[in-house]
Design a protein around this ligand. Structure first.
Ligand SMILES: [Zn+2]
Ligand SMILES: [Zn+2]
Length: 338
């Protein structure tokens, strides 16, 4: 059980292969997947991962080293995270046809699941001949972090998000120490001048503080609630570190049924999602769904209805009109309309 999802998947593939050794096409369309053997060859990652797997697997079922490496490359570079209705990862699976879809951080489609059955759903209108792109990484992360994740797929992303310096600068924006307006950094992550009041005295001490705050934000990712107040002192509300803390704070407020807090954080997240996510993202639909429930618990059925209707519209796109999640939203809409 200590094996990560993608190694468990590989274990099952190896087992299936060993039991149907002589059956033609036992691994079906997996044969066509790209193994990335050249890129992975002699890499520390390959060595460590296979070592981990070998601790758990019966050596008798192992193919020769070359084939093992090829199966590792095929399964780890092409697998999809399977998530539940709340977008929590619950496993990985191989979907060879869907694995042909290329990546874009600004994707026009999304994967949703009915059990382990994968659906690729369009998030926006896609024209004939236009490429379908799916995001292999968190769209709301900064470019450096997205590149880190994407490096394991062996390409450099050149999507509109990756080329949008302004989006990146907003993610790293701070508050002007003099007038509190938003100040974005230049390409070298230096803050030059506040365009509202002209303040330009960003001292070494300012950068020291900033570094500490960002570190602090990363450290408290898992206990987000009190640190928002701290971060709000220097980081602009659009700063990505603040947004990440908000995601955690919102989830905690919902879990603890602190509905007023949930609404406060939810409204801020709504703005951040609009800034950083493509239209019709499941995350945004789920946010409205949860905010709708929070409004309902606060006795504000008017806002609950507005939120739940928005949720329904987005979730019909991302999950499909006939999904269980849309049924849930409809149940809540009925409660509120009564
Ligand atoms: Zn990109
Ligand atoms: Zn200023």
């Amino acid at each position: 059980m200590k094996l990560p999802f993608h190694l468990r998947l590989l274990g099952r593939i190896l087992y299936r292969q060993s039991t149907r050794e002589h059956e033609q096409g036992a691994l079906g369309p997996m044969c066509d997947l790209c193994p990335h053997t050249e890129a992975l060859k002699d890499s520390a990652e390959l060595r460590i991962q296979l070592q981990k797997l070998l601790l758990f697997i019966n050596k008798d079922i192992l193919p020769d080293r070359l084939q093992l490496e090829s199966l590792y490359g095929k399964s780890s570079c092409n697998c999809f995270a399977i998530h539940d209705l709340d977008l929590k990862d619950i496993g990985v699976g191989l979907y060879p046809q869907a694995a042909m879809i290329n990546h874009s951080c600004k994707s026009n489609c999304v994967s949703t699941f009915r059990g382990t059955k994968l659906q690729i759903r369009a998030l926006v209108d896609i024209q004939p001949g236009e490429e379908i792109c799916y995001s292999y990484t968190e769209k709301g992360n900064i470019t450096r972090e997205r590149r880190d994740v994407l490096s394991k797929y062996f390409f450099d992303c050149q999507c509109p998000y990756c080329l949008d310096d302004d989006r990146e600068a907003i993610m790293k924006s701070v508050k002007c120490p003099s007038c509190q307006a938003q100040v974005k950094p230049n390409k070298n992550e230096r803050y030059e001048k506040c365009s509202s009041c002209g303040f330009s005295d960003f001292t070494a001490e300012f950068y020291e503080d900033l570094k500490d705050y960002v570190q602090y934000a990363d450290d408290v990712m898992h206990k987000p609630r009190n640190c928002l107040v701290e971060l709000d002192k220097i980081l602009h509300p659009d700063n990505i570190h603040v947004v990440r803390i908000l995601v955690g704070a919102f989830a905690a407020a919902v879990k603890l049924q602190e509905w007023t807090k949930a609404i406060e954080y939810g409204k801020r997240l709504d703005r951040a999602y609009e800034l950083y996510l493509p239209p019709n993202e499941p995350d945004t639909g789920l946010l409205y769904y949860k905010m709708g429930k929070a409004y309902y618990h606060l006795g504000d059925s008017e806002n609950a209805l507005i939120s739940l209707r928005k949720a329904k519209k987005l979730l019909c796109v991302a999950y499909g009109r006939d999904s269980q999640l849309v049924d849930y939203v409809e149940d809540w809409l009925e409660f509120c309309e009564e």
